[in-house]
Design a protein. Structure first.
Length: 211
């Protein structure tokens, strides 16, 4: 696919999903971190259902640092991998309190050293939380970018590198949301709705049928 087609695709994505943002609800950077950690293999609505009550009881890094896994697990047990998530959230909260005075660090190197925080989560925190350009590649971004020919990559890391080379830095955060929302609403994993897709005439993966 040529650069011109790629730019056309990005323009249509921008026009279609302009202003879209994360569906996760949070009241602070630390709460954003917890919400993103909970969102692995769990959809955002499920996360919001959990955090609505959770953050009413425990709001800060210090609050979470004082919990034990046995106390936190029942409060998040409706999301996948909850035992591991409870352990990591508490350990991350303790590290944030001990090393960063209870504030989430605005630095990728520091973020990825927090227990349970990988490159994707760090990029979401930087971009959504701090407004620092970063392009987080989750399962939707990976699938949609590669189907559309915006990337030709085998891993999320390669996809991130290729998208960052293609998209102007100031649009990295927005492009993350365009691709996520397109993946959720139209270009679904199992049944992409190509006949209803605004990109059907440009997409090399158009299946030519709606499901
Ligand atoms: S045409 Fe189909 S495969 Fe391509 S982006 Fe649209 S929904 Fe996805």
């Amino acid at each position: 696919m040529g650069k011109q087609e790629q730019q056309q695709i990005l323009k249509i994505l921008e026009e279609t999903y302009r202003g879209s943002e994360t569906a996760l609800k949070f009241g602070s950077l630390f709460q954003l971190l917890v919400a993103v950690m909970l969102s692995a293999q769990t959809n955002d609505n499920q996360v919001n259902a959990i955090t609505g009550q959770l953050f009413a009881r425990y709001a800060t890094a210090a609050d979470f640092a004082s919990l034990t896994p046995a106390e936190l697990e029942p409060l998040i047990s409706s999301c996948g991998l909850y035992k591991n998530k409870a352990k990591n959230i508490i350990a991350a909260a303790r590290m944030i309190c001990e090393k960063y005075g209870g504030e989430v660090p605005a630095d990728k190197e520091a973020l990825v050293k927090l227990p349970g925080v990988g490159g994707k989560t760090a990029n979401v925190i930087l971009s959504v939380g701090f407004g620092i350009p970063a392009l987080a590649v989750d399962t939707h971004v990976f699938r949609v970018a590669n189907r559309l020919g915006l990337a030709a990559a085998k891993t999320p890391e390669q996809t991130e590198t290729q998208l960052c080379a293609l998209i102007p830095k100031q649009q990295w955060g927005d492009a993350h949301h365009w691709l996520i929302w397109h993946g959720r609403k139209v270009c679904k994993a199992q049944h992409p709705q190509c006949n209803q897709c605004p990109l059907e005439n440009l997409c090399p993966s158009n299946q030519g049928q709606s499901n």
